[in-house]
Design a protein around this ligand. Structure first.
Ligand SMILES: [Zn+2]
Ligand SMILES: [Zn+2]
Length: 177
């Protein structure tokens, strides 16, 4: 399987990023490396009128830093991401491409006035990392609600699904279920 590079898009909880690397590697059965944090990207994608960061621009910036190679590249941001037609996105990916980006910003219960739940934050982060990387491997949204490729628009949706890929998605990317 193609190796995966995870790039912390500083400022972000780098320890959280490092903790998901191993489990992401288990799902895709490949080697995952955590790159040094990229410090320049976030500022350059800030939209002052929205107070958010443009996820498509972040993908472009990741591709400048990591030109298309055999590896998949996933940027993990700590701030809120958007695409112009949507209020926010948990992440964005190049379908069957090289790069993807996701944010932990909306995955933290603290944002919803609840107490911090590190286990939940870790699980949600893992699921969304797998989801966006799945797109880079060419996977579309999956109807299996237990599959990480199931579409989520809220954190409750994310909590309902699993972190792994269903047998059908695994087969599509050439892996034995
Ligand atoms: Zn998706
Ligand atoms: Zn699936």
């Amino acid at each position: 399987m193609v190796p995966i590079r995870i790039v912390p898009l500083a400022p972000v909880n780098e320890e959280l990023v490092r903790t998901v690397a191993g489990p992401v590697g288990s799902v895709f059965r490949t080697e995952v490396t955590v790159e040094p944090p990229l410090r320049s990207a976030m500022d350059r994608t800030y939209d002052i009128s929205r107070g958010q960061y443009n996820s498509t621009d972040l993908i472009r910036m990741l591709l400048e830093r990591y030109p298309a190679g055999p590896e998949k590249v996933l940027g993990v941001a700590g701030a809120d991401l958007f695409v112009p037609v949507l209020t926010y996105v948990f992440g964005e990916a190049q379908l069957d491409g090289t790069a993807a980006v996701m944010s932990v910003y909306r995955l933290d219960d603290v944002l919803y006035g609840l107490e911090a739940d590190p286990v939940k934050l870790f699980e949600r982060t893992l699921k969304e990392c797998v989801h966006e990387l799945g797109h880079t491997f060419g996977l579309l949204h999956c109807r299996d609600y237990d599959c990480a490729m199931h579409a989520s628009t809220t954190v409750d949706d994310i909590d309902l699904k699993g972190a792994g890929l269903c047998p059908s998605c695994l087969r599509q990317i050439g892996m034995q279920p």
